[in-house]
Design a binder for this molecule. Structure first.
Ligand SMILES: *[C@@H]1O[C@H](CO)[C@@H](O)[C@H](O)[C@H]1NC(C)=O
Ligand SMILES: *[C@@H]1O[C@H](CO)[C@@H](O)[C@H](O)[C@H]1NC(C)=O
Length: 146
């Protein structure tokens, strides 16, 4: 009954969201890593939207060149952009890793957002030639779900 109470007090639209984890975007070619002997880190990925009707589902490239944390680890990105696209994304540290979330505006007042947790154990810290840098070693393709 508690679930019913929550659903009935929320907008009808969010009932569908709660019922199922829909795939909003598909990411491919994902990489994230910092460059040894540099202060730079690059997040890069391609993204498609499987549900989009009409237009062919051409991948959009999203990337951000950001300054490494002092310890050589990947920093948060809170204003990521995609080439020739209004989609925006964030990569924010969470307890269990880094959450990648991508949004697309679908009307003046609403956005579609999908996210995926890049787990802590999918990152490695290399210590080659005395340069400690972090990079992502997990799957390069995954879904962003709501
Ligand atoms: C990302 O998608 C673009 C556009 O389709 C493509 O040209 C590029 O090669 C892709 N990137 C990678 C790393 O495959
Ligand atoms: C990284 O390399 C330096 C120099 O080779 C070494 O002193 C340090 O202990 C290494 N750190 C780790 C975490 O392996």
């Amino acid at each position: 009954m508690q679930i019913f109470a929550i659903l009935s007090s929320a907008a009808v639209a969010s009932a569908a969201v709660m019922a199922k984890r829909d795939i909003i975007f598909k990411v491919s070619d994902f990489s994230a890593g910092c460059v040894a002997h540099s202060t730079q880190c690059l997040y890069y990925f391609n993204v498609t939207q499987p549900g989009s009707p009409g237009a062919p589902d051409v991948p959009v490239t999203c990337k951000a060149l950001v300054t490494a944390n002092n310890d050589g680890t990947l920093p948060d990105v809170d204003d990521g952009t995609c080439l020739e696209s209004a989609r925006t994304w964030t990569a924010l540290h969470a307890d269990a890793g880094i959450t990648l979330a991508l949004s697309q505006q679908v009307s003046p007042a609403s956005y579609e957002t999908g996210s995926h947790l890049l787990a802590s154990n999918e990152f490695t810290i290399s210590n080659e030639t005395n340069a400690k840098v972090q990079s992502y070693t997990g799957p390069t393709a995954f879904d962003l779900v709501d």
